[in-house]
Design a protein around this ligand. Structure first.
Ligand code: BG6
Length: 485
């Protein structure tokens, strides 16, 4: 696939004084700059509704950039970090009205031929009015791009409404819907693992695989996002996007090429083949949980209700579900998805449990004779192939599971770039492979919405203690266990 060159650009970040910009977007841009990839003219225009102290915001950005650097990088790049921060301008736009866009227009017309990337790091309810104001100020050109942060709406209808206002101003090739999980190095490696290693791909189907488990466990609670989280919950915050995207990469058919639409066509087919839930299967195959007080590591932590200071909330902080993909490759293979906050520790793993031997010649074995491929996405990125080995010594056959391990940090010594670094560079290059297309998002909402509309009646909240693994066992088939770290 042809790689487009990055051209001089303006990065205009709406919500640029928010948490995401400080923690992710600005440090990601800075790292690409330090790496020499942004060795061309560019400026960053940070838009805030209320903040007007440019010196203060530059100093906050500098602190966050330094936080994202290794000790070596901090000393080696002091001068370059200063140079990068000098490219940031703060613009205060209190309201999305045409006459408030004057200062932005003044900047953008200074270099008319530069590309304009409008990054919407604000709630999706504000996307429409920003688009309309940009349009009215005639700031959107045919080479402009828009980056949309999730969640895009709260159901199918609102997602479609957002899409229709965005697509009134931008064409689909200009729209980049971010799911930062797709930018993680280990997630991209799923494509390589599957499609560059024939050994795995030949066994990648219902004939050989017993079940698949995807876990995204977090140790953190809702932190400072109580308002957002209580209106969203784990199903929409994590399953509708991150877990479904991981599932797509694990389950999709090999795309014919790496062309963005070819890849996204295959992902779309996975979402379209997800078995729709019914009221009965929701009750049987989904668990909703909410954390109570407990201990995570050495820390005593509050319950969710205490965290959000709203004692009647029934919002879930944990979801586990068993689902199926109804196609030839995956017929009747259980797929377990699990995510939760305040779990015992933070990790994301995909576990492929292969089928057991049809017949055991080792009658004394206590182990099920099965192999596992464990893909550890974060932290400590690793791939493990678990096989049974004989414990040395006389006295019959005793088994022990032993892993063949590929540790990414050992094999590739470099710093693992943050997901946003890859994604922002892809936006600048106009490569949409790792971004969700409209129809993918639409299908994901269609599947999820049946659950979110019906599950409150069918599945009461199960409380789980903070620092535990949550109530995911309730949906496991007999003999299956969650693989935990
Ligand atoms: C975000 C969710 O999209 O992903 C958060 O809104 C969650 O609730 C976060 O904490 C997890 O991302 P990561 O990269 O830390 O696994």
């Amino acid at each position: 696939m042809e790689v487009n060159k990055i051209k001089p650009f303006y990065m205009v970040i709406f919500g640029g004084d928010g948490d995401l910009a400080k923690r992710k977007i600005i440090p990601a841009l800075c790292h690409r700059f330090l790496d020499g990839q942004l060795n061309l003219p560019f400026e960053i225009l940070v838009i805030s509704r209320s903040m007007n102290d440019e010196k203060a915001i530059r100093s906050v950005f500098t602190d966050f950039i330094k936080l994202s650097c290794t000790a070596d990088e901090k000393t080696k790049f002091t001068k370059q970090i200063k140079e990068f921060v000098g490219k940031i301008t703060l613009l205060t736009i209190p309201e999305n009205k045409l006459d408030s866009y004057g200062p932005l227009t003044d900047h953008l017309i200074r270099n008319k031929e530069w590309e304009r990337v409008f990054y919407f790091s604000v709630p999706s309810s504000a996307f429409g009015e920003i688009c309309q104001a940009l349009d009215a100020a005639q700031l959107i050109t045919s080479t402009s791009k828009v980056v949309l942060e999730k969640p895009l709406g709260h159901d199918l209808k609102s997602s479609r409404e957002i899409n229709s206002v965005i697509s009134a101003s931008f064409k689909e090739y200009q729209i980049f819907r971010i799911d930062h999980y797709l930018g993680k190095e280990t997630v991209q490696n799923l494509m390589v693992l599957r499609f560059a290693n024939p050994l795995f791909e030949r066994a990648w189907n219902a004939d050989n695989i017993d079940n698949i488990q995807i876990t995204v466990a977090e140790a953190l609670g809702v932190e400072s996002r109580a308002g957002y989280y209580d209106n969203t919950g784990a199903l929409l915050d994590m399953v509708q996007n991150h877990l479904l995207q991981l599932l797509c990469l694990i389950a999709m058919e090999p795309p014919a090429t790496l062309d963005p639409d070819t890849v996204r066509n295959e992902k779309l087919k996975v979402i379209q083949s997800l078995r729709p839930f019914t009221k009965k299967t929701i009750a049987e195959n989904i668990v909703r949980g909410q954390y109570t007080r407990g201990r995570v590591g050495a820390d005593k932590v509050n319950s969710y209700l205490e965290d959000i200071q709203k004692y009647e909330s029934e919002t879930e902080t944990f979801v586990a579900m068993k689902t199926y993909i109804d196609n030839w490759r995956w017929k009747n293979t259980p797929i377990y998805l699990r995510t939760g906050k305040r779990m015992k520790k933070r990790y994301s793993d995909i576990v492929i449990n292969f089928k057991t031997m049809p017949h055991s010649i080792f009658p004394e074995s206590n182990y099920p004779l099965m192999n596992k491929l464990i893909i550890r996405l974060q932290p400590d990125e690793r791939i493990e192939l678990v096989q049974l080995s004989k414990v040395p010594g006389p006295g019959g056959y005793r088994f022990k599971p032993i892993s063949l391990e590929l540790d990414f940090l050992d094999s590739f010594k470099d710093r693992m770039p943050d997901a946003y670094e890859r994604l922002i560079i892809d936006v600048l290059r106009g490569n949409q492979t790792l971004f969700m297309r409209y129809d993918e998002l639409d299908s994901a909402w269609t599947w999820i919405e049946y659950i979110s509309r019906n599950w409150k009646k069918e599945v009461p909240i199960t409380l789980y203690e903070s620092g535990s693994w949550g109530p995911g066992d309730l949906i496991l088939e007999h003999g299956t266990k969650w693989q935990t770290r």
